[in-house]
Ligand binder design. Structure first.
Ligand SMILES: [Zn+2]
Length: 290
């Protein structure tokens, strides 16, 4: 009993300390905000913690909002994430800007990852972001696929081939100006609406990053092929994610593309793939033109 009361006192002091702490999370929204007061606080962490040990009932929607590790239930680890966020520490798996020179902190995502900018390029959880919200500067021109991406692809290609699945690069790096040409030719031939639906604007294509690859196979029909299934099942082991999954158009800003993979490294690829979410959902960001 004595031990328990000491733990209780320690816990109370800890909670008190956190309550005194100036809360710095402003991107809060309603995610994980169990008490619906508009900010993520230690009270939310307490509710999640109580829910995780069955002490408090939370309705399905609230439980979902507190499920930070996407395992379908609210656990103590979810409560820990909320507690970290409430004191401005951010997510425990956030690689942040570690080792990145001149990284400028620009804010939080809706899921409390830190957003950094370096020379006009956006990074979240240590990975480069290129979508309709976060564009790449015209000056960013790696000139080809980055080595880490191409190395990972050739390793994956060799394994796929050993399993009877021939996959090839259909399109890799595209420069700002070549993307501009693609977009302009679509506008000229088919009009603005069609161009918007089929091609990224210059600066907004992930292909400019040198980290995205469009795949093809021997038949040239990749969608629905055995090769597409193999890639979907195995690419995370090589550091790739399926960037525009089926049913995620409203999140990614693009229709389903079975062939477009993005190198993010195995650490990120495996956690995003396991979550069943697309990149935008996982990090809590949008993909819409301004
Ligand atoms: Zn592509």
């Amino acid at each position: 009993m004595k031990k328990i009361s000491r733990i209780f006192v320690f816990f109370s002091v800890f909670v008190g300390f956190i309550l005194c702490f100036a809360l710095s999370v402003s991107a809060a929204g309603v995610f994980a905000d169990a008490d619906a007061d508009g900010v993520l606080t230690s009270a939310d962490a307490r509710i999640a913690l109580r829910a995780s040990v069955g002490l408090e009932y939370l309705d399905a929607a609230r439980s979902q909002n507190c499920d930070f590790d996407y395992d379908g239930v609210v656990t103590a680890s979810d409560a820990r994430e909320i507690l970290r966020i409430s004191v401005g520490l951010g997510r425990s798996d956030d690689a942040g800007a570690e080792g990145m020179a001149d990284a400028e902190f620009v804010g939080w995502t809706d899921k409390y990852y830190k957003i950094y900018r370096i020379s006009g390029i956006t990074f979240i959880d240590g990975i480069l972001i290129a979508n309709k919200t976060y564009s790449l500067p015209q000056s960013f021109a790696p000139g080809g696929l980055l080595t880490m991406c191409s190395d990972a692809f050739y390793t994956m290609q060799a394994q796929a081939s050993a399993e009877g699945m021939n996959i090839y690069i259909n399109s890799g790096y595209r420069s700002y100006s070549s993307q501009q040409s693609v977009y302009d030719s679509y506008v000229e031939s088919y009009g603005y609406a069609y161009a918007e639906a089929q091609a990224a604007r210059a600066g907004y294509s992930e292909h400019q990053s040198g980290l995205a690859i469009d795949l093809t196979n021997d038949t040239g029909v990749f969608t629905g092929s055995a090769q597409a299934r193999w890639v979907a099942q195995n690419c995370a082991d090589y550091g790739f994610i399926l960037r525009y999954p089926e049913g995620k158009t409203d999140k990614t800003g693009y229709n389903y593309e079975a062939w477009h993979i993005r190198y993010v490294g195995t650490r990120v690829a495996q956690k995003i793939t396991a979550s069943g979410l697309c990149l935008e959902e996982y990090y809590g960001i949008t993909s819409v033109y301004e």
